[in-house]
Design a protein around this ligand. Structure first.
Ligand code: NAD
Ligand code: GLY
Length: 376
């Protein structure tokens, strides 16, 4: 029998539980009701997730005496926009939001980031609940309170830190998730091994294929361990003064790649993270921090699972220029006074932040990778 497991995020008066297991949506109303101030909730979801998981959630909220208004956005990264932020906030206000209303995000990281930013903004802060339905959202984006939207200048450049009151990671929802999305989420799981936990990376080498194939016990174990890893970092450094930067391993590259790809679905966030982590390891190798065999080990695991590991693997990358990717990286939130800050690694499980990286080294590495795209 599978039982629900709980991971606590300890943040004083903003502490909350992450509940992990199958079937949690059916009992969501009773879990949520004691945690919110009022009896009215806005469920924000996308038009794909709503077809699978909205009815059982609505039934459960109704049964618990919570009145539901549903706001549906289009699926995909393009919904993390000013236009959708405005649409969702205005819908809440038109439909009678008051200070005691709650916002429930039902969906992946896109819905969670957008709904969370709306929850942080409407009436200067409504109670917020995360019900993540992608692997990526269950292991990463629903935990830790980062919310926000993209702008034409890049990813996640407008937003707020705003913690949820509860995360319900119903692993049963992963049954309807396409394999490509499962793989994208898997990249963020591998990240925890690469940054701080070599033993977890080794466990993933042994169990990753079963996880991707749908083994429920392996999935629950990986979600719980990922949430524990993220909770430990967030508890120590909620606002990213230092340690939390490590969670951005591979992301300086990934965000630039996503911006170049244009947020149109050709490159998923987790796919970009997979490529970005290998770039970060390769950069670490070139700078003399990391042994080549560690870079190769990570590359071969991600590739064996079916993830992209080269910029050249990304559709459309033959048209990209290293200089433009570098310019995009300079707009990364970690950049300081125009110099790019990278998360590097001394080996698997041992990441650190550095702003001592010559742009020429990064440019050369990107040019080498991109030159193979031009020839395919
Ligand atoms: P997503 O929200 O776009 O979901 C991926 C796709 O899967 C969508 O088409 C969605 O409709 C569909 N989907 C979701 N759940 C489903 C289900 N159970 N069954 C069938 N289809 C389902 O993408 P994502 O990968 O979950 O999240 C990516 C976003 O998360 C990015 O914008 C990224 O920047 C953000 N992110 C945020 C944080 C954070 O800390 N806030 C961390 C990592 C990533
Ligand atoms: N996903 C990066 C963070 O939450 O800090």
């Amino acid at each position: 029998m599978t039982t629900t497991q709980t991971v606590r995020v300890g943040l004083e008066d903003r502490s909350y539980d992450i509940r992990v297991g199958p079937g949690l949506i059916a009992g969501a109303g009773n879990e949520i009701r004691p945690l919110i101030r009022g009896r009215k909730a806005f469920v924000v979801t996308d038009s794909t997730v709503s077809g699978y998981w909205l009815d059982p959630l609505t039934r459960s909220l109704d049964a618990a005496g919570i009145a539901v208004t549903t706001i549906v956005v289009p699926p995909g990264e393009s919904s993390k926009s000013f236009a959708d932020f405005e649409h969702v906030c205005c819908r809440m206000l038109e439909d009678g939001a008051d200070r005691r209303s709650a916002v429930i995000a039902l969906g992946g990281g896109v819905v969670g980031d957008l709904a969370g930013y709306c929850a942080a903004s409407v009436m200067r802060g409504l109670d917020f609940i995360q019900i993540p339905t992608t692997l990526l959202a269950q292991v990463d984006s629903s935990v830790g309170g980062k919310t926000g939207i993209n702008t034409p200048q890049g990813k996640n450049l407008v937003g707020a830190f705003y913690q949820p009151k509860l995360v319900l990671a119903d692993t049963g929802t992963l049954a309807t998730l396409p394999k490509r999305e499962v793989l994208a989420g898997y990249a963020e799981i591998v990240k925890y091994g690469l940054i701080r936990d070599a033993a977890f990376f080794e466990w993933l080498e042994q169990n990753g294929a079963d996880l991707i194939a749908g083994d429920e016990a392996v999935r629950i174990s990986a979600v719980v361990d990922s949430c524990k890893a993220k909770a430990a970092v967030v508890t120590a450094d909620e606002r990213e003064a230092g340690l939390r930067e490590l969670l951005n391993f591979g992301h300086t590259f990934a965000h630039a790649l996503e911006a170049a790809a244009g947020f149109d679905g050709t490159l998923l966030h987790g796919e970009a993270v997979s490529v970005g982590m290998i770039q970060a390891l390769e950069l670490s190798r070139r700078l003399g921090h990391c042994a080549g065999q560690d870079t190769e080990r990570a590359r071969s695991h991600l590739a064996a699972m079916g993830l992209k590991v080269r910029v050249a693997d990304i559709p459309g990358s033959a048209r990209w220029k290293a200089e433009a990717l570098l310019a995009s990286m300079r707009r990364d939130k970690k950049a300081r006074d125009g110099s790019i800050r990278f998360v590097l690694a001394r080996g698997i499980g041992d990441a650190f932040s550095s702003d001592d990286v010559a742009p020429d080294t990064v440019r050369g590495m990107l040019q080498e990778d991109l030159s193979t795209a031009a020839s395919v």
